[in-house]
Design a protein around this ligand. Sequence first.
Ligand SMILES: [Zn+2]
Length: 267
Amino acid sequence: MIPSTTFPKPIKFIDTHCHLNHPDFNADIEKVLQQASDEVGAIIVPGYDLESSLLACRLAERSETLYASVGVHPDQAGCWEMSRLDSLRELLSRPKAVAVGEIGLDYHWHPEMKDKQIETLAAQLELAAELDKPVILHCRDAHTDLLDLLEIYQGKLRGVMHCWTGSMNEAIRAIGIGMYLGFGGLITFKKNVDAVQDVAMKAPTDRILLETDAPYLAPVPHRGRRNEPSYLPLIAKRLAEIRLIPVEEIRIATSQNAARLFNLPES
Ligand SMILES: [Zn+2]
């Protein structure tokens, strides 16, 4: 038996949000994984509809370091039907499906279908609570409604608010409800990120996670180009600067947090 305080190998980073199921990676996924493999020990691939969730599961079943998350994104709420829950339930029974997501609310791009988004999200929160799976949440300009909904499930749900963009007060509320906060390329940007960096500085160490959100939101100095999981250490380095602690501490804390939240083997 290895005591839980030591690790058989040096602990690696965990990318908790990386869309390797996106068509941008069709041509060179093996190379992308290879380039990340020295520093990144595990990657969670979130689906955004049934097809991409199935693909995430298939990718995860082929690669030791990949895990899948299964869900319907608020962008897709327009075609939500309750019958989709059966398909999601089936996908969530696959061996490497570790979470429900990416689910959530987006009032920035889809303010016209708030009710439909809430219906879609609520059904999937219910499923996550029933199956005891963590949730991966997308939230854009909708923090109050999302947090109000999550509060109903307080004590029954755990998860991550991915790509955190909210205020400090909203972060305090999210953490109180049992959520982790995901930080990505945004914290490396130079402009209009003061509020996010403030939360990144003050969030409790046991509630922070790292993510790339690849292929989106590449960190500086790759901003504007395709993001990749091998860029995760750049985000960790910036988070370490913001929090005034060594990057090793960020790596250990965020990887332990991710392993705990998603029930991953420590690697
Ligand atoms: Zn995403």
